[in-house]
Design a protein around this ligand. Sequence first.
Ligand code: ADE
Length: 256
Amino acid sequence: MTWKVTVLTLFPEMFPGTLGFSLAQKALSLGFWSLDVINIRDFALDRHRSVDDTPFGGGAGMVLRPDVLENALESVLKTTETKNPALFYLSPRGQVFKQETASTFLSTPEIIFICGRYEGLDQRFLDYYKIQELSIGDYVLFGGEVAAQVVLETCIRLIPGVIGTEDSLCEESFTKGLLEYPHYTRPFLWKGISVPDVLTSGHHEAIRSWRRLQSEDITKKKRPDLWLAKEPTPLPSKRKREKGLSKDVQTDGLEI
Ligand code: ADE
């Protein structure tokens, strides 16, 4: 089944962008995913095709008008097959996108990304359509287009069949809460540095455990936050168990 993606943007020429190359492009042409790009400006209400206005209350920048956005979004909702496609607005204010979020996105057959520019979108539009905000990290971009491509690329790689060997997906960083082990190839000796002996030993079990240890060490050193999150959760206190709070595990809060 095709994973159906729609992007609303003021810069449709930015798509498919990086997704028009290599495996993402191949997956697109083979129908693993589809992309509809909607130009928000096509839904402007005046002859100047304006899409934004100054913020009520004053302040810098411009805000995208809710009526223009409504027209753009309704034009898409009219054509969707699912009643409630997932709606996301790319914004530094959103929940941070993670590897594990990508597979939940793929479980929804249709997904719509709204890319903002300027100061952002009128809040009423986000509230009315219950649009979830999604960030790719704690920094601010000019707009959501690059962020949408980051999210999409992460998801497209995970569509079964897009990457030749599914093994590479199992082994890669974040899949098991660990960073990936180091890789080596020919020549065996380069600038006087040789490849770790175990990798040429032919002992598959030894190689597996060496890689596992490397992954653990690298994760501990480079991302202690990931390592700590991986540790088995301690048993909840007696008080928490009694109050039924033991299930309050943290999720990233995104609903699909
Ligand atoms: N738009 C601007 N900055 C962003 C970010 N960090 N993540 C997602 N969308 C954005």
